[in-house]
Design a protein around this ligand. Structure first.
Ligand code: HPA
Length: 245
């Protein structure tokens, strides 16, 4: 049986409390991952940790080498991935500080390396992606968040934009019409690459700002940063709860 891996996003470039065994640099056929993969013990389990944006945070969402990250995690022994994503809130319940465990995703990104099957034209594989997130992992996340009493919506549609800029009000209005509840920049192609590699994958999304047009005024970075700091403390409790269950 493989290990859990945690992909930390904005505000989670290292996992305090991870009793580190080693830091592995894994070169992959797709280039270098965002950072060394940290292997250690956390809440009584073998756990792998990767900082999506590098450690320290330096790689913007559109330049993350998602293929290398996923390939390296599998190579290191992961079979279950919990991705932590900071997002903007679109639907009413998605207030700053709220959690969402999405069950669907819409891809608005462009120009990213989004498949492991790009070069092999003889064996093009069309993976089923009807249900992009692993239900067993989702239920574990839902249980962990609810047992800690944090406000959380147990389903939702994650709209993934290209970034690095934030959206216009019209774009968010369109995404809302499309059914999106939250908006972020890192859910794709990470989610589908996990599926192509046969890894179970779920997202713990933390709302760090109202999406464009969903509150008075413009979105400020200081507002996001404060929400990230407060929310990531809760994220660590959730991960610890899940892994020790
Ligand atoms: N839009 C896109 N990505 C984000 C946002 C947002 O409002 N907040 C955090 N990540």
């Amino acid at each position: 049986m493989g290990s859990y891996a945690i992909i930390g996003g904005t505000g989670l470039t290292q996992l305090e409390g991870l009793d580190i065994i080693d830091a592995q640099f894994i070169d992959t056929p797709y280039g270098e991952p965002s950072a060394n993969i940290m292997r250690g013990r956390y809440a009584g389990q073998d756990v792998l940790f990767l900082a999506r944006h590098g450690h320290p945070h330096r790689i913007p969402p559109h330049q993350v080498n998602y293929r290398a990250n996923l390939w390296a995690l599998r190579h290191a022994g992961a079979d279950k991935i919990i991705a932590v994503n900071a997002v903007g809130g679109i639907s009413c319940a998605m207030q700053t500080g709220h959690f969402c465990i999405p069950d669907q995703i819409i891809d608005y990104t462009s120009g990213r390396e989004h498949t492991f099957y790009a070069g092999d034209l003889d064996h093009v594989t069309h993976v089923d992606f009807s249900y992009p997130y692993d239900q067993t992992l989702r239920l574990k996340l839902i249980k962990a968040v609810s047992s800690l009493g944090f406000s959380c919506t147990n389903q939702g549609v994650y709209g993934c934009t290209q970034g690095p800029r934030l959206e216009t009000v019209a774009e968010v209005t369109r995404m809302e019409r499309d059914g999106c509840d939250i908006v972020g920049m890192t859910g794709m192609p990470e989610t589908v690459l996990a599926r192509e590699l046969g890894l179970a994958y779920a997202s713990l999304a933390l709302v760090v700002n109202p999406a464009a047009g969903k509150a008075q005024g413009v979105i400020t970075i200081s507002q996001i940063e404060q929400a990230v700091v407060e929310g990531m403390a809760k994220v660590k409790q959730i991960l610890s709860n899940l892994l020790s269950a």
